[in-house]
Design a protein around this ligand. Structure first.
Ligand SMILES: [Zn+2]
Length: 534
């Protein structure tokens, strides 16, 4: 009995939100559900502004428009912060046609940051799968005057999974499984080598007199995405290049196999914009009442690839971040800590916007052995630079919440290597259980803007979202359009996010922090490395 009493007392004493006023949650739900603007915001970003490649004219428009909206909604300290990025690039128009043995319009897209064709380029194709430097010898002297199809024409796969999904309770439960961290200091160097290979391939094809490169899209269903990663000033490719839909690529490969090789017409009218090599992150605040209490932050990347309209990746997340800001501003609530809203750029090129923020405001990472160059090289080296040295503002950021998993509703949250937050998040989720927000998953997730926060020891979190057709169809693709957004999901997401932010901002004690990371021990000190990608 005494034990039970003690336990109960301890629970109330430790529960930071127990004494908090719950009224604001109801006001947030009312504003988010009955007065939502989230789809109006998402429509403008995706239909009116369109795809927002970092440093492109459309991204510049988005940088201005989002700040205007924040000011209109009464947010404070609305501003942008610059970091060095590289070249702007956009597609004015493009066309890839097969002209022999029969005319047919192909589904294809210029690869980002490749040069224009300067008119219509007509040439036969050659299928020359080149995956590593040692493949160059095989094709030397055979590529002059050709459009070189460098991808291996992988066969079509069975579609075994439904393309549109929501998590079942059982699937959600399975996400809560601890994953042991691993440390392989050579992994980043291997990825850097692959980046080097892209540059070497471009130089090889150019030197051989090839007229263009064509790669195969990695999903079936006429989806193209056109990612390219050579965007630094002075490092963009020399050769025009297009990514061709898998079905079209395979047809070309079959025709080339039996011969004669088909002829293509490629017209790629693309433009570079070098007027400002800086990229910009956008910020807006709801100021806290206690200037010494620091801030909590939510963010999403505003930039996108260019094949579609950047609707689900990540107009959806951007619109939910902005809507949470609007909801909280509309309720007039004054939090204890400042609530900051971030819209990142350069995410698609290696989380470069949030990385710049980390370096500027949170922590530096020293002793670079790799990855200090420009372009995407900065990204690969970052998490393997030691030691992590916190900056003076390090402890001011009490929590960071990221949204970048499409437009699906929030079903829970990943603790991202910070399991001490579990009982706190349980309490914050309680009012939203009936809206589907139920699961805490004790595991890390990668690939988006909380990663570098989390990697220096800031409590950074990513939400669990219903997958919908994000991974199967829309992610980076030409189908990433407004129709794939789900309004009910995004209303829920913005509302839950607003409540989480307010809870984090008003908590008596800031969320528990992980320790500042130090260089880990190598997970498998006995492993030999396979040097297969020379
Ligand atoms: Zn994204």
């Amino acid at each position: 009995m005494r034990h039970l009493l003690l336990a109960a007392t301890a629970f109330f004493a430790l529960s930071p939100a127990a004494a908090q006023d719950r009224g604001p949650v109801n006001r947030i739900i009312d504003e988010g559900m009955n007065h939502s603007q989230v789809m109006v915001t998402a429509e403008h970003l995706s239909d009116v502004i369109g795809p927002r490649l970092t440093n492109s004219p459309a991204m510049r428009t988005a940088e201005g428009w989002t700040q205007d909206k924040y000011r209109e909604w009464g947010l404070k300290n609305v501003h942008k912060e610059a970091y060095p990025f590289g070249r702007g690039w956009w597609i004015e128009k493009s066309s890839v046609r097969m002209v022999t043995p029969r005319p047919i319009q192909l589904t294809a897209i210029p690869i980002a940051w490749t040069p224009a064709t300067n008119g219509v380029l007509t040439a036969p194709v050659i299928v020359a799968p080149i995956a590593k430097e040692s493949d160059f010898a095989k094709w030397r002297g055979k590529l002059a005057g050709k459009i070189v199809m460098t991808s291996f024409p992988e066969p079509a796969r069975d579609l075994t999974k439904a393309p549109f999904n929501r998590y079942t309770g059982e699937e959600l439960g399975k996400l809560d499984e601890y994953q042991q961290p691993t440390y392989d200091p050579q992994a980043a160097d291997k990825r850097l080598k692959r980046l080097d290979f892209t540059q070497k391939l471009d130089a090889f094809l150019k030197a051989e007199g090839a007229v263009a490169m064509a790669t195969m899209a990695y999903r079936d269903g006429k989806l193209v995405s056109g990612e390219g990663y050579l965007f630094g000033t002075g490092e963009t490719p020399a050769l025009p290049a297009v990514q061709i839909a898998a079905e079209d690529y395979r047809r070309l490969a079959r025709l080339a196999k039996i011969g004669p090789a088909p002829t293509l017409e490629i017209e790629s009218v693309v433009r570079f914009d070098d007027s400002d090599p800086n990229a910009y992150n956008i910020f807006a605040d709801i100021p806290g009442t206690d200037p010494k209490a620091g801030y909590v932050m939510a963010g999403a990347h505003l930039d996108s690839w260019v094949a579609g309209d950047g609707a689900t990746d990540n107009g959806a997340g951007s619109a939910m971040i902005m809507e949470a800001a609007r909801i909280l501003a509309a309720t007039g609530i004054r939090p204890k800590r400042t609530i900051r809203f971030a819209l990142w750029s350069g995410e698609e090129q290696g989380l470069l916007g949030s990385m710049a923020f980390v370096q500027e405001h949170l922590a530096t990472r020293g002793n670079a052995t790799s990855g200090t160059g420009q372009g995407m090289q900065r990204y690969y080296g970052f998490t393997n630079r030691w030691p992590v040295t916190p900056r003076p503002g390090f402890n001011d950021l009490a929590a960071y919440f990221n949204i970048d998993n499409g437009s699906g509703k929030l079903r829970g949250i990943y603790t991202e290597g910070n399991p001490a937050v579990v009982p706190i998040f349980q309490e914050w989720m309680a009012p939203f259980r009936a809206m589907g927000m139920t699961q805490i998953a004790n595991r890390p997730t990668g690939g988006t803007d909380h990663v570098f926060m989390q990697s220096v020891g800031v409590p950074g979190f990513q939400f669990i979202q219903d997958p919908l057709d994000y991974g199967s169809v829309t992610h980076h693709s030409n189908a990433d359009t407004f129709d794939h957004l789900r309004g009910d999901d995004m209303r829920q997401g913005a509302t839950v996010l607003a409540a989480f932010l307010l809870n984090a901002a008003n908590a008596d004690k800031a969320l528990p922090r992980p320790p500042v990371p130090t260089q880990p021990a190598v997970t498998d000190p006995f492993a030999y490395s396979k040097d297969d990608d020379d």
